[in-house]
Design a protein around this ligand. Structure first.
Ligand code: HEM
Length: 207
């Protein structure tokens, strides 16, 4: 795939579009009656969307033979982390005004916050080890194992979403179905190969 640089640029620019639109609408006062809640919720949704896109790369690549897709995966994953960090910032800033005591109390008291923290913290090692240097340092096998944390993060993200909605569970359930499909595909491939689930493959990106 000769034009991979172009595709990377395309993904990079497009993934920033929601952020630019959010900033634009925020300045223009077009985020509805509760703009801060809108920002928190939208960055949460974006985190989950980018996690799902990241997890979709391997099945798509295998089903279509478009191996170059793997070269977009790191950027998609880093965008998931980026929007997750913004989501956390929205919560810490708008919801809690940087009050550490109130945050600690919230984590202890509200289950969906605790699960959100789990979803985000399991992304940290993924982001930290996403560089070529870290992949080399860890070695392919260990890197693959570590990057299965993305599965935990996606599942925790969906549970977080499900727990926080009050009545209409359609959207979290739709995300749950997509995540189940993407993880189910991996489990099926591992099963079909006759290997234990531990060998679910997540290959390090080619350089
Ligand atoms: C430190 C970690 C996190 C905290 C403290 C946190 C907190 C919150 C809060 C306060 C809300 C708004 C709830 C409401 O308005 O009732 C929310 C919504 C949401 N969060 Fe998180 N979250 C965290 C991590 C994550 C992660 C990692 C994901 C995705 C993988 C995520 C996905 C979502 C989604 C999808 C929503 C709902 C969006 C909607 O209502 O449309 N959150 N989160």
């Amino acid at each position: 795939m000769k034009d991979i640089k172009f595709y990377k640029l395309l993904v990079f620019v497009n993934a920033l579009v929601p952020l630019v639109l959010l900033g634009w609408d925020w300045r223009g006062g077009r985020l509805g009656a509760n703009p801060l809640d809108f920002l928190t919720r939208t960055t949460g949704t974006l985190t989950l969307v980018f996690l799902v896109l990241t997890l979709a790369v391997t099945p798509l690549r295998k089903l279509t033979g478009a191996n170059w897709l793997v070269r977009l995966r790191r950027m998609l994953g880093l965008y998931a982390f980026f929007y997750g960090a913004l989501h956390l910032l929205c919560y810490v800033w708008f919801d809690k005004a940087f009050g550490l005591g109130a945050i600690a109390e919230d984590v202890a008291r509200r289950r969906f916050i605790l699960v959100g923290v789990l979803a985000l913290t399991s992304m940290v090692p993924l982001a930290v080890t996403s560089t070529d240097k870290m992949i080399r340092r860890l070695g392919g096998k260990r890197w693959q194992k570590l990057h299965r944390l993305a599965y935990l993060s996606a599942v925790a993200g969906v549970v977080h979403y499900y727990l926080l909605v009050k009545s209409d569970t359609r959207k979290p359930l739709a995300f749950a179905a997509v995540v189940a499909l993407l993880l189910g595909y991996r489990a099926y491939v591992a099963y079909a190969k006759g290997s234990a689930p531990l060998s679910l493959k997540t290959q390090p990106p080619p350089r």
